[in-house]
Design a protein around this ligand. Structure first.
Ligand code: CP
Ligand code: NVA
Length: 299
């Protein structure tokens, strides 16, 4: 049994400083440039406890662990039954005896908080209904690479005020990003994050996009909201990212999307695969930022 340990979690960006965020981004950038492989996590194991599907998050965490000399164990909800077959606390108190860290993808943010409260090993939020911090780090690295700075960049986020937007808003003031948000009525992001970020808010997509450095969108129906899809498709009319909307960006402006994309809903295919798109750089950067996070929390 382990003794008392001071452990770090990454559930969102609360409590992180500007210096810590830039240290993670700098480390990710360095590891990307070096195509870094190391042994810092040799013999260390991270559990990936996922209630929902994933391509990018699961793969990048697994590959990141291997590149650092460690190992990941994937535990899906059908097997574990987090909160169903077994209470969240009990799962935490089992896992902490075997593994050195837990990355959890959950429906309710409270679940990842409960895991972090009860596990004595670091817990990483691999997406909850409220936040997706691993995605936001990759978004920042992508913007930094595209423009050589983050300070003063204007990013227009169009669509649903969801987990991806919440994390972008939360980290934005730490790195000097200026966010403009356009959502339909009733789909605004968390008020406290809007005011913390200093974001400009509108219900008009064109107004948000005009002259910005980047246009970011995400799905209108997130995982777990499938029953609302028909209503959402109606409510989000006018918020689709088309080549015309993209052309309102400044000339060197780029397109971002965390993926997966729902083509014909929030975006059309030619935007995702077009010349301004950086979505596959974002996807690649999930790996490099995941490596930086694992080193920071488990190294
Ligand atoms: N962007 C992202 O988190 O993708 P996955 O859902 O495939 O992990
Ligand atoms: N908002 C989306 C992000 C997927 C990576 C969801 O939660 O399903």
């Amino acid at each position: 049994m382990r003794g008392a340990v001071t452990k770090k979690d990454l559930l969102n960006f609360q409590g992180l400083t500007r210096e810590e965020v830039f240290a993670l981004l700098g480390e990710a950038r360095r590891m990307k440039e070096e195509n870094y492989r190391g042994l810092e996590l040799s013999g260390r194991v991270i559990a990936l406890l996922f209630e929902k599907p994933s391509l990018r998050t699961r793969t990048t965490l697994e590959v990141a662990a291997v590149h650092l000399g460690g190992h990941a164990v994937y535990l899906d909800q059908k097997q574990v039954g987090l909160g169903e077959r077994e209470p969240v606390r009990d799962v935490a108190k089992n896992l902490e005896r075997w593994v050195d860290g837990i990355a959890a993808r959950v429906y309710r943010h409270e679940t990842v908080e409960e895991l972090a409260r009860h596990a004595r090993v670091p817990v990483v939020n691999a997406l909850s209904d409220r936040a997706h911090p691993l995605q936001a780090l990759a978004d920042l690295l992508t913007l930094w690479e595209a423009f050589g700075t983050l300070e003063g960049l204007e990013v227009a986020y169009i669509g649903d005020g969801n987990n991806v937007l919440n994390s972008l808003l939360e980290v934005a003031p730490l790195v000097g990003l200026k966010v403009r948000v356009a959502t339909p009525k009733g789909y605004e992001p968390e008020k406290v994050l809007l005011s913390w970020s200093g974001a400009v808010f509108t219900h008009d997509p064109a107004e948000a996009v005009q002259g910005a450095h980047a246009l970011y969108t995400d799905v209108w129906t997130s995982m777990g909201q499938e029953a609302e899809r028909a209503k959402r498709l109606r409510d989000f009319q006018g918020f689709q990212v088309t080549p015309e909307l993209l052309n309102l960006l400044r000339p060197q402006g780029i397109f971002l999307h965390c993926l997966p994309a729902h083509y014909g809903e929030e975006v059309v295919e030619e935007v995702v695969h077009g010349p301004r798109s950086r979505v596959f750089d974002q996807a690649e950067n999930r790996l490099h930022t995941a490596k930086a996070v694992l080193l920071h929390l488990l190294g």
